[in-house]
Write a protein that binds this ligand. Structure first.
Ligand SMILES: [Mg+2]
Length: 232
C-alpha cells in the first residue's frame, strides 16, 4: 500500500529554483557591466565554468563551517579574478555584492517545478528546507512566483544547523507538526537532502537530473520533476 504522506519538504536551490540558470544570467550582466573583457577575461563560458568550480569548493568549506558567509561572498570573486591574474580587491568586493543582490531576483525555475507544485498544493502541506542564506531565499521564492505554495520555510541559519544534520529536520518537525512517518523530502543533493532525510527517518525523492551514480538508495529517484506526479 502506498504510504500516506501529509507533509512534503522541498529543497530550494537546484531542486525548484534553477540556480545555474539564474546565476549565469546574473554573471552575464556583471561581466558586461564591469567590462571584464578589459581585464583580459575574454571567454565568458570559461568565466562561468571557473566561477562554478570556485563557488562549489567554497560552498563546501562554508557548509563545513570552515569559512563564513562573508568570506564566501567575497572570496568567490577574489579567487576568480586572481585566476586571471587580476589583483583587484575592490572589484572583487563590488562583484561579490552585486552578484548577491542580483541573482536572487532572477525568476527561473527548474522544468516542471510550477506544474508539480500546482499538483501537490491542494493535497499536501508543502514546506522548504534550505541551507541557503536567509536574506535571499524569501526573495527567490517570491520573485519566481512560488512563495504562495509553502506553509513553512525552514532556513538552516535560523535552525542553527545545516542539512544533512539531523537537528534541522527535528527543528522542521517542530515548526510544522509533521512526523518522520508522514513526511517526504525532495532534493537534488545526495548528501544534504537524501542522506540527511534518511538519517532523520523520512522517506526521500532524489532529484537526479544528470543521472549521477548514486549509492544512497533513496526511497525514490527521478530525473525529471514531472515524475513526482506519479509518485504523490
Ligand atoms: Mg539543492
Amino acid at each position: 500500500m502506498k504510504k500516506k504522506y501529509q507533509h512534503i519538504f522541498f529543497d530550494l536551490d537546484r531542486t525548484l529554483w534553477d540556480l545555474e540558470k539564474n546565476s549565469e544570467q546574473a554573471l552575464f550582466e556583471l561581466y558586461h557591466y564591469y567590462r571584464l573583457v578589459e581585464y583580459g577575461i575574454t571567454d565568458f563560458n570559461a568565466f562561468i565554468k571557473n566561477f562554478n568550480q570556485i563557488n562549489h569548493s567554497l560552498w563546501k568549506m562554508y557548509s563545513l563551517g570552515k569559512i563564513t558567509k562573508e568570506e564566501l561572498r567575497l572570496q568567490r570573486f577574489n579567487k576568480l579574478l586572481i585566476l586571471y591574474s587580476v589583483q583587484h580587491f575592490a572589484l572583487a568586493k563590488s562583484l561579490g555584492e552585486a552578484y548577491t543582490q542580483h541573482t536572487p531576483n532572477k525568476p527561473h525555475l527548474c522544468p516542471f517545478a510550477k506544474e508539480v507544485l500546482e499538483h501537490l498544493y491542494p493535497k499536501y502541506a508543502l514546506h522548504i528546507i534550505t541551507n541557503g542564506f536567509k536574506e535571499v531565499q524569501h526573495i527567490k521564492l517570491s520573485k519566481s512566483g512560488i512563495a504562495k505554495y509553502f506553509q513553512k520555510i525552514i532556513l538552516s541559519e535560523i535552525a542553527g544547523y545545516n542539512k544533512p544534520h539531523m537537528e534541522i529536520f527535528r527543528y522542521a518537525f517542530q515548526e510544522t507538526n509533521a512526523t518522520p512517518e508522514n513526511s517526504i523530502m525532495i532534493g537534488d543533493d545526495e548528501d544534504a537532502d537524501i542522506i540527511g532525510a534518511k538519517n532523520a527517518g523520512i522517506d526521500q525523492i532524489y532529484f537526479n537530473p544528470s543521472e549521477k551514480k548514486t549509492n544512497s538508495e533513496a526511497t525514490y529517484q527521478i530525473c525529471c520533476l514531472s515524475e513526482i506526479k506519479n509518485l504523490l
